[in-house]
Design a protein around this ligand. Structure first.
Ligand SMILES: [Zn+2]
Length: 274
């Protein structure tokens, strides 16, 4: 037997559309070295843990050659909080410095990003985030009936050759619309596209083709820029409508969107299950 034989035969790419819902996302788990819960990645900021703390963090300066020590709630010792701990270390390095206008702004931004990251970690684990007044809501792609990550992967693969780099979430507004926005990643500080889908689509009566239709529509907003005609912003221009119609279940989706979605949104407003 030839050792260089590749046993895994790549499936022949289908002609696209019919495969839309058969798409299986590859498990892509990179090997990462477990970061130490005792200090920051650069080894300069030490972490201590308190079982009594929950929604606060503290720091004191001058522990190791002028670097701070951070006191964190005990649950943050878990490996999934590594990114949050890094932000806490960065926060502490600034918090112990002189309170200039500029430094105060940095400290505020880091605190915000820290708690936003913590909220996201809780959400990813399927747990309720801490009370997040004034903070951006975490990203929740997993609904009761549909997982938006899978739907986005299928649409991205089928219609955009897998080139879109965006994230997706169920909208946090009850009865809200679906929309596209730009957000800042709290961990990296980089901007990314975020698609928010109306919760009216996360319903037992919502077929996959309908969720996929609205996800496709929002993806088009990422690739087709807003046109300006006579000083007027045209969001759904000719090119947009043409490309939108390329969706294989376009007619079925529009019908569902017009007939069923408003009913679902009304039901949600009355706190009924949909
Ligand atoms: Zn639109």
């Amino acid at each position: 037997m030839n050792l260089f034989d590749v046993n895994e035969v790549q499936p022949i790419p289908p002609d696209g559309q019919m495969d839309l819902f058969g798409f299986i996302q590859k498990e892509n788990v990179p090997e990462v070295k477990m970061p130490s819960p005792d200090c920051s990645a650069n080894g300069l900021v030490h972490f201590k843990y308190s079982p009594l703390m929950k929604k606060s963090i503290r720091c004191k300066g001058g522990v190791l050659f002028g670097h701070p020590e951070v006191l964190l709630p005990a649950y943050m010792k878990a490996p999934e909080f590594a990114n949050a701990r890094e932000l806490a270390a960065e926060w502490a390095e600034h918090a112990i410095r002189r309170k200039t206008q500029k430094n105060k702004a940095i400290v505020k931004d880091l605190v915000n990003r820290f708690w936003q990251t913590v909220d996201q970690i809780f959400t990813d684990k399927g747990e309720t985030p801490l009370a997040s007044k004034g903070r951006l809501p975490p990203i929740r792609p997993r609904g009761v009936h549909h997982n938006l990550t899978d739907v986005l992967a299928a649409i991205n693969d089928t219609y955009f050759g897998g080139t879109l780099t965006c994230r997706i979430t169920w909208s946090n507004r009850v009865g809200g619309l679906s929309f596209h926005s730009i957000r800042k990643d709290p961990v990296t500080g980089e901007n990314f596209h975020l698609i928010s889908i109306s919760r009216g689509y996360d319903a037992a009566n919502c077929p996959l083709y309908a969720v996929a239709g609205v996800v496709y529509h929002e993806c088009l907003h990422i690739v087709i820029p807003v046109e300006v005609h006579d000083g007027r912003r045209v969001v759904h221009g000719r090119e947009f409508r043409q490309r939108e119609r390329r969706y294989i279940y376009y007619d079925e989706w529009i019908k569902w969107h017009k007939e069923v979605l408003p009913r679902n949104i009304r039901a949600m407003r009355h706190h009924k299950d949909i």
